[in-house]
Design a protein around this ligand. Structure first.
Ligand code: C5P
Ligand code: MG
Length: 192
């Protein structure tokens, strides 16, 4: 199994690169943001709960997100490995993920972080908002809050996996192909 965390602030290109990585490594992509959007689109109880937070650029409570993630992993027993995109977003989520993977006798092999500065991110998200249909991409205040929450609660997850030498940073500005090659270089070091 190869399990990787695709890390970085909102708008850093995680979703775009996840698609390339799925094709190249044959892994199963799990984006917790996409799962929430699916639930919201169907007005499920989980979706309605998530919407309270997502519409403000806040994080959905850990227990809700962790439970949803576990269900998704458990429903894909044939997976060769996972790309976790947008998860873990807090230290508590990282700890829960480690315990969960441990119980399955596997682990996180690498966390790759896409490095993109704040001004570039705001620009990209506002641009994405023109076509994404996402309310949280259309409002600069919500975008700024998402970045604030990322810096306050999520950035530490990089150091958490750094303590066990699993975190690497990759320049997140350049062509899609250039960035993909940078990611591949790092992932191949742990999957060879
Ligand atoms: O990952 P993505 O940027 O698509 O997530 C969109 C929103 O979903 C986040 O801004 C946050 O409100 C919520 N979310 C969350 N916890 C996660 C993933 C997403 O609260 N682990
Ligand atoms: Mg995404």
């Amino acid at each position: 199994m190869l399990n990787l965390i695709l890390f970085g602030p909102p708008g850093s290109g995680k979703g775009t690169q996840a698609e390339n990585l799925v094709n190249h490594y044959g892994l199963t992509h799990i984006s917790t943001g996409d799962l929430f959007r699916f639930e919201m689109g169907n007005d499920t109880p989980l979706g309605l709960k998530a919407k309270e937070y997502i519409s403000k650029g806040e994080l959905v409570p850990d227990e809700v997100t962790i439970g949803m993630l576990q269900n998704k992993v458990n429903s894909t027993p044939e997976a060769k490995g996972f790309i976790f995109d947008g998860f873990p977003r807090t230290i508590a989520q990282a700890e829960a993920l480690d315990v969960f993977l441990n119980e399955k006798e596997t682990t996180i092999h690498i966390l790759v972080a896409l490095d993109v500065d704040d001004d570039e991110i705001v620009k990209r998200l506002l641009n994405r908002g023109l076509t994404s249909g996402r309310a949280d991409d259309n409002d600069e205040d919500i975008i700024r809050n998402r970045i604030k929450v990322y810096n306050a609660e999520t950035a530490q997850v990089f150091d958490y996996y750094g303590k066990v030498d699993k975190s690497v940073k990759v320049e997140g500005v350049g062509s899609i192909e250039e960035i993909f090659n940078r990611l591949k270089t790092e992932i191949d070091k742990v999957s060879a």
